[in-house]
Design a protein around this ligand. Structure first.
Ligand code: AFD
Ligand code: MN
Ligand code: MN
Length: 394
C-alpha cells in the first residue's frame, strides 16, 4: 500500500511539457529522413501534442518555437489560442529562434554587427510579447553564438554583449514571467560557445535579474559530467529554472529520455527530491522535453519519454530520506547508496498503471495510441505534404 500511495502522490504532481518541434521532421547535418506522419503545420503539432496529453494526462502544455510555430509573430496568436482550445493543450514555454536566419551567421546577441544585435533584441522582445499574449510564463533562450576558430572572437567582449542584451530582455518581462538561459558546450559553434556551461549561464542569469534562471538540457554536457551535481548547486542557489529532457550517448543526440542512462535521470530526480525534503517545499521547476527523432515515430517516441519520466520520478519518490541522512551522517556508505539503489530497482510500473486507471487514462498509453488509428489517419492526411518536403520546422 505504502508504495502505491507514494507513487500516486508523486504522479499526481508530476507534469512535463512537450516540444512542438518533436512532432515535425528533423534531421542531422547529414540529412533528414522524412516521416509521412510528421507534423507540417502548427495545427498538426497541436493535434499530436493533444494526443499525447489525452493519452497521458500529464502534458498540459506544449513548448512553442516562435519562427516555426508563429511565423507571423503576434498575428498568429489568435490562431494558436484557437488550436490550444481545440486540441486541449495550452501554449507552454516560448522559444526564440536566434540561430536560423542568415543574419545570425556570426551570432545574435554577440554579433559584431550592431544592427544585427538590434534585430536579435527585437526578436527577443517579440517573443516576450507573444509569451504575454499566450499567458506563457517562460521564455526559454538558447544561443548558438560562438566561434569556430581560435582568435576570431573577443570572448570577453561577447560576454559583455550578452550581459547587456539579457538585462534588456529581463526589463521587458511581466512580473509573473521568467527567462530561462540554456547552456550548451558546443554545436553548432566548434571552437567556443558563448554560453557553454552552467557557470556562464548562472552568471549571466544572475546579472540579467531576479526573474532569470538557468535551464539544464540533459544533452548539453560532456560525457563524464556529473549533471545531478550541477542540479544540486543550482537548486541550492535558487537558480534552477527547469530542464530540457532527452538522452544521449555521445553529444546532444536528443534521444528518448532514459534510453541510454535511466539511472542518471533518476539521480537528477533524487537531487530534486532531496532538496524538497530538506526545504520542506516543492521545487518550482519546469520539466520539459527537448527531443526530436529522425528514426522513431514522433508520437511514439514522445509517449515513451513521458512514460519513462513518470516511472523514474516515481522511483525517486521511494527514496527514504530519513534512512539516507542517517546513513550519510554515519558514513555508512553501503546503507546510503542502497537507499538509492533499492528505490531505483523497485518496479513501479504496476503502481503507475493503477494510477493511470484511477484517472480514467489508459494503463499503457503507447498501446492505446497504436490501437487508436490516429497514426494511420494522419499518415493518410500528411504523406503528400511530407513527401513534398513541406515543413514548419526548417
Ligand atoms: C536544439 C538545441 C537546444 C534547444 C533546442 C530547441 O540544442 O537544446 O533548446 O534545439 O531550440 O536541441
Ligand atoms: Mn534544449
Ligand atoms: Mn539540444
Amino acid at each position: 500500500m505504502k508504495l502505491t500511495q507514494t507513487v500516486f502522490e508523486a504522479l499526481d504532481r508530476f507534469r512535463i511539457e512537450i516540444p512542438s518541434w518533436g512532432f515535425a521532421n528533423t534531421g542531422t547535418r547529414f540529412g533528414k529522413f522524412i516521416q509521412p506522419a510528421a507534423a507540417t503545420t502548427t495545427e498538426e503539432k497541436f493535434s499530436d501534442a493533444g494526443q499525447v496529453q489525452a493519452l497521458t494526462g500529464v502534458c498540459p502544455t506544449v513548448a512553442l518555437h516562435v519562427l516555426w510555430d508563429l511565423p507571423n509573430g503576434l498575428a498568429d496568436v489568435p490562431e494558436v489560442e484557437k488550436l490550444a482550445a481545440h486540441y486541449g493543450v495550452r501554449p507552454g514555454s516560448i522559444n526564440p529562434n536566434l540561430f536560423q536566419d542568415q543574419i545570425y551567421k556570426y551570432g545574435s546577441f554577440a554579433n559584431p554587427d550592431e544592427s544585427i544585435r538590434r534585430e536579435a533584441a527585437r526578436h527577443a522582445e517579440l517573443c516576450v510579447e507573444i509569451a504575454k499574449r499566450l499567458n506563457s510564463r517562460d521564455i526559454s533562450f538558447w544561443f548558438t553564438d560562438g566561434s569556430n576558430y581560435p582568435g576570431t572572437a573577443n570572448i570577453r567582449e561577447r560576454k559583455h554583449l550578452f550581459t547587456e542584451a539579457l538585462k534588456r530582455v529581463h526589463r521587458e518581462l511581466a512580473a509573473d514571467q521568467r527567462m530561462l538561459v540554456e547552456y550548451k558546450p558546443f554545436e553548432p559553434a566548434f571552437y567556443h560557445t558563448d554560453i557553454a556551461d552552467w557557470g556562464m549561464a548562472l552568471l549571466l542569469a544572475r546579472q540579467a535579474g531576479p526573474q532569470a534562471k538557468v535551464l539544464v538540457d540533459t544533452g548539453h554536457h560532456y560525457a563524464s559530467q556529473n549533471i545531478e551535481q550541477i542540479v544540486a548547486w543550482l537548486l541550492d542557489e535558487n537558480m534552477l529554472g527547469g530542464f530540457h529532457f532527452n538522452d544521449r550517448r555521445y553529444a546532444d543526440d536528443d534521444l528518448t529520455l532514459g534510453s541510454i542512462d535511466p539511472y542518471q535521470v533518476f539521480r537528477i530526480f533524487h537531487e530534486i527530491r532531496f532538496y524538497e525534503w530538506d526545504a520542506g517545499k516543492q521545487a518550482d521547476i519546469a520539466y520539459m522535453i527537448d527531443q526530436s527523432h529522425n528514426l522513431k515515430g514522433k508520437i511514439e517516441a514522445m509517449l515513451q519519454t513521458v512514460g519513462m519520466a513518470q516511472e523514474l520520478f516515481a522511483k525517486a519518490a521511494l527514496i527514504d530520506y530519513k534512512r539516507l541522512v542517517r546513513a550519510q551522517k554515519n558514513a555508512d556508505l553501503v546503507a546510503a547508496e542502497s537507499c538509492l539503489q533499492d528505490a531505483f530497482a523497485t518496479d513501479v510500473r504496476p503502481a503507475v498503471w493503477e494510477w493511470r486507471e484511477s484517472k480514467g487514462l489508459p494503463r499503457n498509453p503507447l498501446e492505446a495510441f497504436r490501437g487508436s488509428g490516429y497514426l494511420e489517419r494522419i499518415t493518410e492526411e500528411r504523406a503528400a505534404r511530407n513527401a513534398a518536403g513541406i515543413s514548419s520546422y526548417a
